[in-house]
Each structure stands twice: as C-alpha cells, then as structure tokens.
Design a binder for this molecule. Structure first.
Ligand code: TXA
Ligand code: MG
Length: 325
C-alpha cells in the first residue's frame, strides 16, 4: 500500500469539522463511511465529488436513534419501527418515504431515504455530540472495494480526507438494506448483509408480523448495465467447481501463465471471511501482475446466513466466472 503522510485525526477534530459542514471519514461496524451532516449542502456535494460518485446514486443517512430517524420520514412506518426495535443499533438499513427535511441531493431526487442506526461506539459518540444525522456512503472511490481500516481510506484518497480511526470494522461488509411495502405487506431485501434473510424471517415469525420477504428489489447502483462494484485493482475470477482445489489451481496456472494467480482465503466462518475479505482483496491488488481467484464450491452452506452477502459482493467484484465441471 502507498506510504501515508497523513495520520488519522482526533474525535474533537472530527466533530469540529462535521460541525462546520466538512467531510470526514468515520468508522462504522460494517465499513468506513465518508460522512457529512445532512444539513450541509457543501458537505453533501463534496461527498459525491471526492468519491467520484454519480449523482443518481443516493446516500445512506446515519441516525443516532429511532427518534432522529423518525424525524426524517413520513407515512406508515410500523414495520420499520419494529425492525429497528429488534435489530438496531446495527447493520440494518431501512428505505422509507422521506419528508422535506431530507435534501434531494441525498436521495438522488427519489421520494425515499435509506436510514441506518449504526452500533460502532465512536460513530455513536459522533452522532450524539453532533446531534444531526450524517449522510455517508462507503469511504472508497465509486465502484471500488469498501474500506475496513482507517489506512484503506487514507490510501484510497491519498490522505486528502481526514479520518477518524475506530479500528478495524468488525463486520467488514456493507449493511443489509430492506424496503417495507406497507400496502402489500412485503419486505424487499435490496442488498444482503450480516443480518440475513433467516434473521429477518425469525423476527417476522417471533413478533407475529404477517409480512412476506421478497427478493428482486434493487438499490440505485444495481439496475441495468451497472454491475461493476466492490472491485479490487486487479481482475478477480470466481471459479465454480466441484473439483479439488489442487485441480482448480492446476487449471488456472495453465490458463494464465503470465499472471501470478493468488487465491482468496475463505474461512469456514463467514464472520471471519467477511471481516478480512476487503483487506485481502486490497493486499492482493498491490501487485498489478496478480489475478485474484476464489473458488465457489457447491456446499449447501453457501446459500445460508451471512454467506449470500459474501458471494453477492464477490460476484459483483469479479470480472468473470469460470464454471469447471
Ligand atoms: O454499511 C453500510 O451500509 C455502509 C456504511 C458506511 O454505513 N454504507 C454504504 O453506503 O454501503 P453505499 O453508499 O456505499 O451504499 C448504499 C447503497 C447504494 O447501493 C445506494 O444505491 C443504495 O444504498 N440506496 C441509498 N438510498 C437508497 C434508496 N432511497 N433506495 C434504494 N437504494 C438506496
Ligand atoms: Mg459503497
């Protein structure tokens, strides 16, 4: 990784910058976010500019508590309140009809806003002391791998963005995003994450909410031709195969003789895999001769719990999938 002249800033400095409407990279339990007060037009514009993010891709708003989140929305929020009571603070983002307090800059002119109540202690201290919600996308250049360490943020923006260092992100993948449809009583999962489909199903059953979980909803950055996301700096190839690891390695070394084939290590624990996934991708991207490979085996466990979120990111980050019978 690039050598870094800048060092992370103190809590007081971060708070001071946010108070004057500036942009600061902040730790969350999922990934680092590039944050600004939702009331700073200057800060919101700067987020899009420094991240090179298209203006049609809306931002997630981070709130200290349910009361603050409720002050930004309208309409029937019965299920959202129940979800927050059960899962928050934590890695769950809920998309809801917005009210006029939420700038169209945040929502890309849409009528909904994505809200999350994070659990990282330092982020919570910031939100409490600032007493304003903070808009924050992941603190990486658009389309690239999200940062899970302060050093990743410093490296991505060459030290130009001040970072509040909250240590390594415990979860390591972006939050689960859901959107309730109060009329149809359907809950769409727009992006899988640590809070899994099974967790949500258990919640609905336990609390006796007769809602259906639906797939197929999309975040703004998903539709149509735009699929390049979470990508490392070198090609990433997913190999689907039931063959032995040795046989797969042999095939890849032959297929890419001029490249250095590097394998991503997946732990049998999805929590450990997710925590180190983006860091591994960054480290393996440093040498531009590398290609990163990851083997998707047909184990049933990959379809459950946190694994679908991990494979969702790997498949989006990959430049191709090879199927080896
Ligand atoms: O864990 C996370 O969610 C991290 C941390 C920093 O909180 N944030 C994050 O933000 O991943 P970002 O901007 O990288 O991803 C947010 C996703 C984008 O795909 C965006 O299109 C979608 O949320 N999104 C935002 N507002 C939306 C809305 N109103 N409706 C549907 N999708 C929305
Ligand atoms: Mg992102």
């Amino acid at each position: 990784m690039r050598s870094l002249k800048e060092t992370p800033i103190s809590f007081q400095k971060a708070l001071k910058l946010l108070k004057v409407g500036e942009v600061v990279a902040l730790p969350t339990e999922t990934v680092y976010g590039l944050g600004a007060s939702i009331y700073s037009g200057k800060g919101l514009k700067k987020i899009f500019q420094v991240k090179k993010r298209p203006v049609w891709d809306p931002l997630i708003v981070h709130c200290y508590d349910v009361k603050q989140a409720k002050s930004l929305i309208k309409g029937d929020i019965f299920l959202a309140e129940a979800l927050w009571a059960y899962f928050s603070p934590g890695p769950l983002t809920v998309v809801l009809p917005k009210n006029s307090k939420v700038s169209p800059l945040i929502t890309a002119q849409a009528e909904t806003v994505a809200l999350r109540i994070p659990s990282h202690p330092l982020m919570r201290r910031i939100l409490k002391a600032l007493n304003q919600p903070v808009a924050a996308p992941s603190a990486n250049l658009f389309g690239e791998t999200s940062p899970t360490k302060a050093s990743h943020v410093l490296s991505s923006f060459s030290g130009r963005i001040p970072v509040l260092d909250g240590g390594d992100c415990k979860i390591g993948l972006e939050s689960t995003i859901v959107q309730p449809d109060s009329i149809k009583k359907e809950l769409l999962i727009l992006r899988p994450g640590f809070i899994s489909k099974e967790d949500i199903k258990n919640f609905l059953e336990k609390k006796k909410h007769p809602w259906k979980i639906m797939r197929g909803g999309k975040t703004f950055s998903q539709p149509g031709g735009f699929s390049k996301h979470y990508a490392p700096g070198v090609p990433l190839i997913v190999v689907e195969s039931g063959k032995s690891l040795k046989a797969i390695e042999g095939f890849l070394f032959k297929k890419y003789p001029s490249k250095k084939v590097k394998f991503l290590k997946l732990s049998s624990s999805p929590q450990i895999t997710a925590r180190y996934l983006y860091h591994q991708m960054r480290v393996l991207s440093e040498d531009k001769k590398n290609i990163i490979c990851v083997c998707k085996r047909s184990f049933p466990k990959y379809g459950k719990g946190f694994w679908p979120a991990i494979w969702n990111r790997l498949e989006k980050a990959s430049s191709r999938t090879i199927i080896l019978p």
